[in-house]
Design a protein around this ligand. Sequence first.
Ligand code: NCD
Ligand code: ZN
Length: 359
Amino acid sequence: MVQFDHLPSGLFMQSITLKRPDDWHIHLRDDTYLERTVKDAARYFGRVLVMPNLIPPVTDVNLARAYRDRILAHAPDHFTPVMALYLTDATTTDTVVAASQSGFTPAFKLYPAGATTNSAFGVNAVEAMFPIFEAMQKQDVILSIHGEVTDEGVDIFDREAMFIDTMLTRIVTEFPDLRIILEHITTKEAVQFVSAASAKVAATITVHHLMYNRNDMLVGGMKPIHYCLPILKRDIHQQALIEAATSGDASFFLGTDSAPHPRHAKESACGCAAGCYTAHAAIELYAEVFQNEDALDKLEGFASEYGADFYRYERNPDTITLEPLAWQVDESLTFGSDELIPTRGGETVQWKVTAGERS
Ligand code: NCD
Ligand code: ZN
């Protein structure tokens, strides 16, 4: 709902009230990091799908239950973490059955081994997982995919498109009833694939892939803050993502992939940890993107409805309100005993949640 309120000056102030949004892809990490990550995510998200790439990874329902309890210890009432399980070469059909029965583990996350942060335990040969996909299809458990090939010979900017061509097309053909989410899409090829696929196939879109392209990361010097996987692509891809997110197509919904790393791991002389931290301002940043496209009326579907529908949860019953009030993001945040540089740190965000926040 978009409301227009007249200010005394005669200017318009446009606030937006949305059903409480959910984040269908987030990294909360563990232990002392949870204080930061859970507080930020719970400020306005109702549910979050928590990624399982801890070390060791969260591979079964019992590990997920224990992890969920550690998260809930830091959470305000009504915040609902739902858990993705980590698919490995050793995942069994019994684990799939247990996941479908638990009520809080709706998805398995497929990381091709070596594709991204903490993916060493991931899947070495996707075809070898087909019996598990069969079980997931039967049990109606969601397959959530980090869609990049890992062959060293494939250029990093081509890895998502190559995964779609060589692997995703096959999985979708072999398992037409399996619900699949292509996570954090970054290319026009992914947008086209998901738009053309059946309603069983969806995609999450991060706010950093909507706000930035590879020039933002590379021109004038490499900026570690923007280094994430899949890597930022050229502007035509960014434009395709913006169009998809603001289109009102229910196949595309919100997943921040907020993925914090301590400053020393991102700004290191050798190597840079992949991941952008956006949970401190995610819905406000998405609102900026949607406003720029004159599409604020499409934000509620993308942020609060299509994801819940795909996961078959009730849409959240309550609301949050955002107003066009500029605020400055802290340059750096406390992150356990480390420092965390948030996306937009030290800069201004144009929207602010003014009602519905939880702490
Ligand atoms: C994520 C992380 O740090 O856990 N990093 C990232 O660049 N997105 C892993 C992932 O989702 O790929
Ligand atoms: Zn992720």
